[in-house]
Design a protein around this ligand. Structure first.
Ligand SMILES: Cc1ncc(COP(=O)(O)O)c(C=O)c1O
Length: 396
């Protein structure tokens, strides 16, 4: 006998993990607007507006800037499958999960992959890349700007010069950085970047904004072999996402593009500098609160991302039980550690709409309760420590 499940009733959560982040009502309302045809002139206008707003958030004039249909990983694959051909040599920074994933995708594209390793939780530098390059030429240098698996930020300064020295294009993973810290593709001379919607843009997962320079698109045009993925082939997508007359390629997820439109408008209305300052402020308050709880933050201060904080679970504390307590008793999601930090750390996100004083306070008090339940004695009051940061900022 067939059964019909009850109507959907997902729980309401406060999302402070590594993504997705809380989705504001304006964006949820945009998702619920009427679906129209993907070649309807009204939708084509929305596509054009999304491209324009993405350029502003990415800090670029790149004509080839668009949201790929798929999650952040589709953005990663788009860049690699278009820019890398069998036999090409690529130099990839690996200081966490996502650098490792780029290596695997590049390997599947037939590349000769050279890994530049840094300890998990540390940033990478152009010097580390240069040392691993050992004077060889490369097709592509790839780096993760904001490593979500550890909360480490790699400064993009100096990577253009490095890529020029190696004769390479420069590709950057901006999945967790876009909308949370400055990305500024053109100022940093980045040739190709990809992102995702569910982190600091606070749009549900489902689209992967990408941006490619003229130099990167010239490399796509000069390929010796066709792009192995038909779906992700940018030369085919160019006439779906650009030009006077749009040619059908695939059916873009219409309502997800509405959501992206709403999310980008919110980011630009807030103002990017204000948005970045908001992430810095609440991250500073969260960290003071965590230190007051007696917890260690393994990423060195100068390399920390404001939108994601790695917190070491103290010896004797069951990290999974703390996360379960927060989810069940407080309705709050935080992330567990990955790779080197699996079972040993938490990842606390302050991304987009999930970055507010309310979020910081809820997380600190929930964590305090969860730790107390396991016998942990906090040396100081975390909420007072966080309040100190807010008071210092608003004082003249
Ligand atoms: C830095 C980074 N790159 C790539 C991805 C992959 O994105 P998605 O999970 O949306 O496919 C993620 C997702 O967390 C990420 O944080």
């Amino acid at each position: 006998m067939s059964t019909i499940p009850a109507p959907l009733d997902p729980p309401s959560r406060v999302l402070m993990g590594p993504g997705p982040s809380d989705v504001p009502p304006e964006i949820l309302q945009a998702l619920a607007r009427p679906c129209i045809g993907h070649l309807d002139p009204a939708f084509v206008e929305i596509m054009d507006q999304n491209k324009g707003m993405l350029r502003q958030v990415f800090g670029t004039d790149n004509a080839m800037t668009l949201p790929m249909s798929g999650t952040g990983s589709a953005g990663m694959e788009t860049l690699l499958v278009n820019l890398v051909e069998p036999g090409d040599r690529v130099l990839v920074g690996v200081n966490g999960v996502f650098g490792g994933r780029m290596c695997e995708v590049a390997r599947r594209c037939g590349a000769e992959v050279v890994r530049v390793e840094a300890p998990w939780g540390r940033a990478l530098s152009p010097d580390a890349f240069r040392a691993r390059a050992e004077g060889r030429r490369f097709k592509l240098v790839a780096v993760v700007h904001a490593e979500t698996s550890t909360g480490a930020r790699t400064d993009l300064q100096g990577f253009r010069e490095l890529a020029d020295d190696l004769g390479a294009l420069l590709a950057v993973d901006c999945v967790t950085s876009l909308g949370g810290i400055p990305v500024e593709l053109d100022a940093h001379g980045v040739d190709a970047a990809y992102s995702g919607t569910q982190k600091c843009l606070s749009v549900p997962p489902g689209l992967a904004p990408v941006s490619l320079s003229e130099r990167a698109m010239a490399a796509v045009a000069a390929r010796r072999s066709p792009v192995a993925s038909w779906y992700l082939d940018l030369s085919l997508l160019a006439s779906y996402w650009g030009g006077q007359k749009r040619a059908y390629h695939h059916t873009a997820p219409v309502n997800m593009n509405y959501a992206l439109h709403a999310g980008l408008r919110l980011a630009l209305e807030e103002g990017l500098p204000t948005r970045y300052a908001r992430h810095q402020l609440h991250a500073a308050a969260l960290r003071q609160g965590l230190l007051a709880l007696g917890l260690d933050l393994p990423v060195p201060e100068a390399e920390r991302l404001p939108q994601l904080t790695l917190v070491a679970a103290p010896a004797g504390v069951d990290e999974a039980a703390v996360r379960a307590f927060l989810l069940q008793q407080v309705g709050l999601e935080i992330g567990g550690g990955l790779g080197d930090f699996a079972g040993k750390a938490w990842r606390i996100g302050l991304m987009g709409a999930s970055c507010s004083r309310r979020h910081v306070s809820l997380c600190l008090s929930g964590l305090h309760q969860a730790l107390r339940a396991q016998g942990w004695k906090a040396p100081h009051d975390p909420l007072s420590a966080a309040a100190g940061v807010y008071e210092a900022r608003v004082a003249p």
